[in-house]
Design a protein around this ligand. Structure first.
Ligand SMILES: [Zn+2]
Length: 416
C-alpha cells in the first residue's frame, strides 16, 4: 500500500527561533524552507500528489502557487522543484473539487496532459467531474440525471486522455478516473476504464462516504477487476480499514487528514500509533483576536496577558515528566486560559497529553529536535511540524499493515 501526500505548499523554516518566535533575518522561503521529506530523516510518503488547480488556479481563483513558484515548477520539473529523494513518486491530478459546482470541467484532456508532461510527472489522473452523492440502489434510469451525465463525461474525458497519451507516446503513466454514485456504477466505470486500456485507476468522489460504503463499492469492483489493475483511493485515509481495502485491490491512497488534524481538529492534534492527543494551546497574545479585543477594550491588561503567556511556555519547557511538573504546567495553562477567555477549557485533555508526553519518546527527527514545542498549538511553524510528525506516525502505522508487509512495499523499503 502506497501513501501519496497532496501538496499544498506546506513548508517549515528550519532556522525558526522557537524561543523568540522569530524567523531568520534573511529567509528566502522557497530556497530556505523545507518540505516534510526534507526535515524528517525518511520521507513519510511514497509520493506526492499535485493538483493542477492548486498550481494554475481554477474557477475559484488563484491557486496556492505564486506566479514565480508556478514558473519554477514548469521550468525545473516536479522532482527538482520539490527536491524529492530518489524513489518518491509524483502523481498529478486536476483537483476536481475546485470546480465541483461547474456544469463541465473547465479543463480539457489536452490541457491536463500538457500540465503533466511539462512538469514531468510519473503518472497523471485523467480529467474528471466529481459526483457528490451516494445512492446504492439508484440505477442509470433512477439516479439524478446530473450524476449520470457526470459519470459519462468522466469516461469520455478518460477516453480522450488515454488516446492522447498513446498519440504522444508520453512518459506519463495514465491513471483513469472513475466516478459513480453506487457500487454498481463505480464497477461499471472501472470496467469501462480497463477496456480503454488503463492499468491504474483512481476512485474519486468517495471522501464523504462511510467506510462500509467504500467497502461495498470495492467489493463490487473486485468482481470485474482484471488481475494487475491497481486502484487508488482519492482523498481517503482510513487506516483501520486499509488491510481490507488492500484485499479488494487498493494499492495506493492520498490524504491530507493526518497532517491537517494537527491544527484543524479540535482534539486529535498529536498522533501516536495508539491514539491522538490534544495539542497544548498557547496562542500568541498578538495573534489571538479575542484576546486582542479584550486588551483594546481594557478588560484585560496587556502586561498580564504577556506574563501569563510567558509563564505557560516556561512551565512547558521546564516540564520534566514528574507529577509536580505536570501540575505546574496545568496551573500556568489554566491561568492563561482565564486570560484568553476562551469558550471552553482544555485542561483535562492537557493533563492526558502531559501525562503521556509522547514527544519525549517519539523517534521522529522533529520531536527529537524540538521536543515539547511540537506539542504546542501555536503558529504555523509548530503546527506544521506537528503535522509532519503525524505523517511519520502514519508511515509507521502503514508499515504495520498486514498487506503492506506481505507485498513488500512498506515505506521502510521505499526509503532505503
Ligand atoms: Zn514525532
Amino acid at each position: 500500500m502506497k501513501f501519496y501526500f497532496p501538496d499544498s505548499q506546506d513548508l517549515v523554516s528550519p532556522a525558526y527561533d522557537f524561543l523568540r518566535d522569530e524567523y531568520p533575518a534573511h529567509r528566502v522561503r522557497q530556497r530556505d524552507d523545507r518540505y516534510a521529506h526534507e526535515v524528517l530523516a525518511d520521507a513519510p510518503y511514497h509520493g506526492i500528489l499535485v493538483s493542477k488547480s492548486i498550481v494554475d488556479g481554477s474557477i475559484k481563483g488563484a491557486g496556492k502557487y505564486s506566479g514565480a513558484q508556478r514558473a519554477r515548477l514548469y521550468r525545473m520539473g516536479v522532482h527538482r522543484f520539490f527536491r524529492l529523494p530518489r524513489g518518491v513518486e509524483t502523481l498529478g491530478d486536476n483537483g476536481a473539487f475546485n470546480y465541483i459546482d461547474e456544469p463541465v470541467p473547465p479543463v480539457t484532456a489536452t490541457e491536463t496532459l500538457d500540465f503533466y508532461e511539462e512538469c514531468g510527472f510519473d503518472a497523471g489522473v485523467s480529467t474528471d467531474h466529481v459526483i457528490f452523492g451516494y445512492e446504492p440502489d439508484a440505477t442509470e434510469k433512477s439516479a439524478d440525471p446530473e450524476w449520470v451525465e457526470r459519470r459519462k463525461l468522466t469516461l469520455r474525458l478518460a477516453e480522450d486522455f488515454i488516446s492522447l497519451t498513446n498519440d504522444r507516446r508520453t512518459r506519463v503513466q495514465p491513471v483513469g478516473a472513475a466516478q459513480g454514485w453506487s457500487p454498481k456504477s463505480f464497477a461499471d466505470s472501472v470496467k469501462a476504464l480497463q477496456e480503454m486500456g488503463y492499468g491504474r485507476i483512481a476512485l474519486g468522489g468517495m471522501v464523504p462516504l462511510r467506510t462500509d460504503q467504500i467497502l461495498a463499492c470495492l467489493a463490487q469492483i473486485s468482481t470485474i477487476l482484471v488481475p494487475g489493475t491497481e486502484l487508488h483511493l482519492l482523498g481517503i485515509n482510513r487506516i483501520d480499514a486499509m488491510d481490507r481495502f488492500s484485499e479488494l485491490g487498493v494499492t495506493s491512497f492520498d490524504s491530507t487528514s493526518a497532517f491537517r488534524q494537527a491544527f484543524m481538529d479540535d482534539r486529535k492534534n498529536y498522533h501516536t500509533s495508539e491514539r491522538a492527543y490534544v495539542a497544548i494551546r498557547v496562542p500568541q497574545v498578538d495573534g489571538n483576536p479575542t484576546l486582542k479585543r479584550a486588551i483594546l477594550a481594557g478588560s484585560v491588561s496587556q502586561r498580564d496577558a504577556l506574563t501569563a503567556e510567558r509563564e505557560a511556555l516556561k512551565a512547558l519547557r521546564a516540564f520534566d515528566g514528574t507529577p509536580a511538573g505536570r501540575q505546574g504546567c496545568l496551573d500556568a495553562l489554566g491561568a492563561y486560559e482565564v486570560v484568553c477567555q476562551g469558550k471552553k477549557s482544555y485542561l483535562d485533555a492537557y493533563a492526558e497529553t502531559l501525562e503521556a508526553a509522547p514527544w519525549r519518546v517519539c523517534p521522529c527527527s522533529i520531536c527529537q529536535e524540538h521536543g515539547v514545542e511540537v506539542a504546542i498549538f501555536r503558529g504555523t511553524e509548530r503546527n506544521k511540524r506537528r503535522g509532519f510528525h503525524n505523517l511519520s506516525v502514519l508511515r509507521q502505522q502503514m508499515g504495520q499493515l498486514v498487506h503492506s508487509r506481505a507485498a513488500g512495499t512498506s515505506l521502510a523499503d521505499a526509503n532505503t
